[in-house]
Design a protein around this ligand. Structure first.
Ligand code: GLP
Length: 246
């Protein structure tokens, strides 16, 4: 979608749930095949799971690829099964046989998490920037952990999670109290710096957020509305998530 062309220029594909993974894997393989040293940004959460399952089923040579996570919780002990480092190990590194050294996340155990955030931003830049950024959308319109109110040009930084996001992620933890309250997240400006964006959205709970993101005003109230400022966005949504789109 182009800033001057408006939301109508979004490449929105309505698909069945399983096909979201297939179509996303097609796009990812196209980018990898056409880029000498591809850099892929990866999301966690439920939305990209069909993509990662499809990639594992297809196999492929990912030795040239460098991967960067969108975000990581602060406050979890090293090796916690719901840390995004562990989620990516289970869903991406092990199934695809990746070299773990090619998969980067912010360091949540640094004595200075603000410095860790700045260093992570620099590592992405040093790798040449992200060729394809995979994204999910929060039901409150968040992108990565950029909650409503986040600056549209924000860079990687320490953030506080909203109660809505903690409630949404409660399903991954035994109790709500165990859901972290802080994180390191790529900023909206960091995400917009990726050359190509791929948003995956499934289920009725995402319908309103997706509608606001693609057809509402570009505003910090709906962080995902920054997608309208990017020139190359593909949205793969199932029928439920796309239900409110024109
Ligand atoms: C999470 C993550 C995001 C993710 C979003 C949607 O909290 N930090 O990166 O895209 O919220 O999550 P899900 O795909 O599980 O609905």
């Amino acid at each position: 979608m182009r800033a001057d062309a408006g939301p109508a220029a979004a490449a929105v594909l309505r698909l069945e749930g399983r096909d979201v993974g297939t179509a996303a894997a097609d796009l990812l393989h196209t980018v990898i095949a056409s880029t000498p040293r591809p850099v892929i940004g990866v999301a966690t959460g439920g939305s990209p799971s069909p993509l990662y399952r499809e990639l594992a089923a297809r196999g492929g040579d990912y030795r040239a690829v460098t991967w960067f996570a969108l975000d990581e919780y602060l406050g979890l002990p090293a090796g916690h099964p719901q840390s995004y480092a562990e989620v990516l190990r289970r869903e991406l590194i092990d199934p695809l046989g990746l070299d773990p050294r090619t998969v980067h996340l912010p360091d949540p155990h640094s004595a200075d998490p603000h410095d860790a955030a700045a260093r992570y931003e620099q590592r992405i830049a040093d790798a040449g920037g992200v060729d394809l950024q995979i994204l999910g959308i929060g039901r409150n319109g968040h992108l990565a952990f950029n909650e409503p109110g986040a600056a549209l040009d924000s860079r990687t930084r320490v953030e506080t999670l909203t109660e809505d996001t903690r409630q949404a992620n409660r399903r991954f933890f035994p109790t709500l109290e165990e859901v972290p309250t802080r994180c390191i997240t790529q900023g909206l400006g960091t995400i917009l710096s990726a050359r190509r964006l791929l948003l995956l959205a499934q289920g009725a709970a995402k319908a309103e957020a997706l509608h606001r993101a693609l057809t509402g005003p570009v505003s910090a109230d709906c962080p995902a509305s920054v997608l309208q400022l990017h020139g190359d966005v593909t949205v793969l949504a199932d029928a439920e998530a796309a239900a409110l789109l024109p």
